[in-house]
Design a binder for this molecule. Structure first.
Ligand SMILES: [Zn+2]
Length: 215
């Protein structure tokens, strides 16, 4: 079997996203790109996560053609592949419908950068890509383009797309976006939000890229 370990990692993250309540039922999808072969391991369409085995994960090339796997890949496979084609630094993609972030997306409004984590880990405010139907090629292209060099974006009336240098970090970025969305929502109820200035966002981002995590 191709990329058994990476397939298992994808299942582990999908289950974690479910535990963290970032996705209702199976309304989300996750993928990881192998650094050596460039193949993408992605969750199958509409299968319950707690029943998944490595054989259910579909292996695609970056154009979206199936390299190995019996299952139908997630309907958002074109979205994942479009991101991998555009972003050479991305090796994990996490797409969720977490509630607070999707609420902002339902207003077609980005999440303002009110907490330092959004600046440091996502790269600034979480912008909202214009509405395109789920699973469409238009959604894939529009979202991948709008993502630019950031680590997350909202999909209007739909959900969140988060990316990272591995699938664990992409998932963690989904959590950062949901927390940021929740805090921004409450902040707006309390009073006038004070945004972190652009220059400070850049400095937080730079500092994180240089210092964060274990070497
Ligand atoms: Zn979706």
């Amino acid at each position: 079997m191709l990329l058994k370990e990476l397939r298992e990692k994808v299942i582990e993250i999908a289950l974690k996203a479910q535990r963290e309540k970032l996705i209702p039922l199976t309304m989300g999808n996750f993928s990881a790109r192998d650094r050596k072969t460039g193949y993408v391991c992605i969750t199958p369409s509409g299968m319950e996560y707690d029943k998944l085995t490595a054989a259910d994960i579909v292996v695609l090339d970056v154009e979206g053609s199936i390299a190995e796997g019996e299952r139908k890949p997630s309907i958002e496979a074109p979205l994942h592949c479009a991101v991998y084609r555009r972003r050479k630094d991305v090796f994990g993609v996490s797409h969720t419908h977490s509630v607070f972030a999707t609420a902002w997306a339902s207003c077609n409004e980005g999440i303002p950068v009110v907490v330092a984590e959004l600046a440091a880990l996502i790269g600034g405010p979480v912008e909202c890509a214009i509405y395109k139907p789920m699973g469409s090629l238009e959604l894939a292209e529009t979202a991948a383009l709008r993502l630019k060099d950031r680590n997350a974006i909202l999909l209007a009336n739909h959900g969140v797309l988060a990316v990272g240098p591995d699938i664990g970090t992409a998932f963690a970025n989904s959590v950062v976006v949901e927390e940021g969305a929740k805090i921004a929502y409450y902040a707006r109820q309390i009073g006038v939000m004070r945004l972190i200035p652009e220059e400070e966002c850049k400095s937080l981002r730079k500092g994180t890229m240089e210092k964060y995590g274990q070497k």
